[in-house]
Write a protein that binds this ligand. Structure first.
Ligand SMILES: [Zn+2]
Length: 349
């Protein structure tokens, strides 16, 4: 089987060929059909998840979609052939947080797919059976690459922020791979949604293709929220996480407002005024990935067409680095996809 692997954090990926990986006890082997390409992958290839020096090459890619092609000891053979995606985090499944449906908060975390063990930038991979989440029948396998993270993360955020009908919801970084699905999920919850971004073509797509109100956030001093909002938002989801975006969000939060922080860049300490938080009865929430249950919900939303998968580029193994470059420069609309089954081709929207 062929694939791409990380041999050095921050380096370019290496194309490799290797024998098929054998699933251990409790594991499944997956024939990967496609894998999502987003900024999170680029960040962890760069070493941003803070891993120690690489002990051996590792295959990145956590938004994988494929068929179970073999099972290890202890796994039901009837699962062979099932279409699945994967939960990003390697969790124990036994601690109180895992049992409570908070797998990303596992008390015995073992890292993530794509850094701590091989992911989906290869034709075959193996994973613990508990990591795989079945996908609804009939779902397009390339569309399904957005399920595991780009849609599941917004599903978790919307539930965590308790978005309810009529809430004024502002998404900062709305045209990125997660943001472009966040605006849709917030709309399903009844939110009055405004997307902030900086690239004119991306704002144009949000407005004309997704029907979302937009505002240019090139300068946070000049962000123009809709006049009907009276300058205040009930929920602000920040996918940028800069001093400027967080500072603006704290000022724009209305009474009972909820600011949801999602990014994990180090060194972003930001001052806030507790008096203002109390007077507005506001909340600042951290949101960490999603549960297995929410990955399943995300699959149902995409399969039913209630969330549109926005994948602007599809490539084979040789085209992956070019998409990584587009992600680094902030030019990619939505997600990219590595397509390993059938013919990979560029397909704008
Ligand atoms: Zn656990």
């Amino acid at each position: 089987m062929r694939g791409l692997r990380i041999t050095r954090w921050g380096g370019t990926l290496e194309l490799f060929e290797a024998p098929a990986p054998v699933p251990a006890a409790g594991e499944v082997q997956i024939r990967v059909l496609a894998c999502g390409i987003g900024l999170t992958v680029v960040n962890y290839i760069g070493g941003q998840l803070g891993d120690p020096p690489l002990e051996r090459p590792v295959v990145p890619g956590h938004e994988l979609v494929g068929h179970i092609s073999a099972v290890g000891p202890g796994v039901d053979e009837q699962r062979v052939g099932e279409l699945v995606t994967a939960h990003f985090y390697l969790f124990c499944g036994r601690c109180r947080n895992c049992l409570g449906g908070f797998e990303p908060l596992c008390e015995h975390p073992q890292g993530q797919i794509g850094t701590a063990r091989d992911g989906g930038y290869a034709e075959l991979t193996t994973l613990p059976e508990r990591n795989v989440v079945p996908l609804p029948p009939g779902i397009d396998f390339v569309d399904a690459t957005v399920v595991a993270d780009a849609v599941a993360t917004p599903v978790h955020i919307a539930r965590r922020a308790a978005i309810t009908p009529g809430d004024r919801v502002c998404v900062i970084g709305a045209a990125g791979g997660v943001g472009i699905h966040m605006v849709q999920v917030a709309g399903l919850h009844g939110g009055d949604v405004v997307g902030l971004d900086v690239v004119p073509e991306k704002l144009d797509f949000l407005e004309n293709d997704l029907g979302i109100d937009v505002a240019d956030s090139s300068s946070f001093d000049d962000v123009a929220l809709p006049s009907r909002w009276d300058g205040r938002a009930d929920v602000i989801v920040d996918f940028v996480g800069s001093h400027q975006s967080i500072g603006w969000a704290l000022r724009a939060l209305g009474a009972n407002g909820r600011l949801v922080l999602v990014t994990t860049f180090p060194g972003r300490e930001t001052p806030f005024d507790p008096r203002k938080i109390v007077h507005a009865q506001a909340a600042v929430l951290g949101s960490r990935y999603a549960s297995r249950f929410e990955v399943g919900l995300a699959g149902a939303l995409v399969a039913a067409g209630r969330v549109r998968a926005v994948i602007s580029r599809r490539v084979g193994l040789e085209g992956v680095e070019a998409i990584h470059d587009e992600l680094r420069s902030g030019l990619l609309l939505g997600r990219g996809a590595l397509v390993l089954a059938g013919t990979g081709h560029d397909d704008p929207r």
